[in-house]
Write a protein that binds this ligand. Structure first.
Ligand SMILES: Nc1ncnc2c1ncn2[C@@H]1O[C@H](COP(=O)(O)OP(=O)(O)OP(=O)(O)O)[C@@H](O)[C@H]1O
Ligand SMILES: [Mg+2]
Length: 389
């Protein structure tokens, strides 16, 4: 934890440092109000905790505290004031100070204060930024699960402005990153697993490919041998941290029903099994549905997707529903040219072929998940229409 002590008194600094270090391993910085002012300008993640000693009603530090808490809402500020007047407490509250303590502060009192603050902060975090986890799984190889996962993730990020993390859990032969990005990733999920003790939101994001500031992809290992590095327990932790870092966590699952995949499925709020309308797909989908049933997943979690749909085919949607006994939640049309171009160039289809039927279907899917149309979509559509003549 990064802690800043702001004080003019060497004696108080020593007391506060001892209190903090009694709480475990801390990275402590000490300084005057000027350090607080610099911290307010800092573009980095900032301090976790700031202790401001010697505050009075007319202290110079109030403005600096105000700027720090505004810029870094996760920074927790504790003030120490010998005299707690109602005016001082009002000021403290106004600039976002969490607690005001009267010196001398005892070890147990300090410990309780930190516990209280940590609990409040984690409750606020869980409430405000618990992302949804949605998984795509191919009922049979080549169904289009990866294409749909990567392209839906892209629409959620680029058109809805959501923070999206795409995680490739097809550990042996994953290729999701290539659907939205045309370079090889520097790190993969195997690298994250090897350093799992370092895992937090910033380490996770730093290990991902940044397709856009709000769109990151955690790639699968390059070498299938490395898949074994990734344990089910790592996946639990990665998904937990990803939920904090993103509004939507999109998983591309492998077809193997191993413990890693089952953990990922369990964490998912929605699962989209992907199939096409031919007999071999129906056969494998039946098997997959049996597995889902044995895991206890019901209709509220499973949303069947028929991909590459062609009107007038031998097998209709009605036939699919009758054969499987499950409602088809979404239909994605077949569009060979646009999809092949997107896949070959590593550019999401909605960005490459704005008006394509697949782009349209993906937008409908994103809109349903978000529960609202993409902001500015109306104006954008009209604008594009006029200028394209
Ligand atoms: N709606 C579509 N229209 C046309 N082609 C599509 C469509 N969806 C997917 N495809 C094509 O199908 C190919 C296979 O898709 P994808 O790799 O996503 O399948 P998958 O289910 O992830 O397969 P795997 O089991 O290999 O992981 C893609 O490269 C793409 O060219
Ligand atoms: Mg795939």
């Amino acid at each position: 934890m990064k802690v800043l002590i702001v004080s003019q008194s060497q004696k108080n600094i020593a007391v506060l440092r001892a209190l903090i270090e009694g709480e475990g391993h801390m990275d402590v910085t000490v300084g005057g109000v000027e350090v607080l002012a610099t911290a307010a300008q800092d573009a980095g993640p900032g301090f976790d905790l700031v202790l401001v000693d010697g505050l009075t009603e007319d202290a110079a530090g109030w403005n600096a505290i105000d700027r720090v808490t505004e810029r870094h809402p996760q920074t927790q500020v504790i003030a120490l004031a010998a005299e707690q007047t109602p005016e001082l407490l009002r000021q403290a509250m106004r600039v976002g100070v969490r607690e005001v303590l009267t010196p001398p502060v005892h070890k147990s009192q300090f410990h309780d204060t930190l516990q209280r603050i940590a609990q409040k902060a984690s409750a606020a975090m869980q409430h405000s930024s618990r992302g949804r986890v949605i998984a795509f799984q191919a009922c049979k190889g080549g169904s289009g699960a990866t294409f749909l996962a990567a392209n839906l993730a892209s629409v959620l990020a680029h058109e809805h402005g959501k923070r999206v993390g795409l995680i490739d859990l097809n550990l042996q032969f994953g290729d999701a990153v290539l659907f939205v990005f045309d370079h090889l990733p520097r790190a993969t999920i195997a690298d994250v697993s090897r350093q799992i003790e370092r895992l937090d939101a910033s380490f996770l994001v730093a290990s991902m490919v940044q397709v856009a500031p709000n769109f990151s992809v955690l790639a699968a290992p390059e070498d299938p041998d490395q898949a074994a590095t990734v344990q089910a327990a790592h996946i639990d932790q990665i998904i937990k941290v990803a939920r904090e870092a993103f509004d939507f966590v999109v998983l591309d699952l492998g077809r193997n029903i191993d413990s890693a995949t089952i953990h990922a499925l369990d964490h998912s709020d929605l699962v989209f099994p992907v199939l096409q309308e031919t007999l071999p797909f129906l056969r494998d989908t039946k098997r997959m549905l049996k597995v889902y049933a044995s895991l206890g997943y019901g209709e509220e979690k499973l949303k069947l997707v028929v991909n590459r749909f062609e009107k007038g085919g031998d097998i209709t949607i009605d036939d699919v529903e009758k054969a499987l006994g499950v409602h088809v939640a979404r239909i994605i049309p077949n569009s060979y040219k646009a999809v092949a171009a997107s896949v070959n160039q590593g550019v999401p289809v909605a960005r490459l072929a704005d008006h394509d039927v697949v782009s349209k279907a993906l937008r409908e899917m994103a809109e349903e998940l978000v529960g609202a149309p993409a902001p500015g979509k109306q104006e954008g559509g009209w604008f594009r229409h006029v200028f394209k003549g």
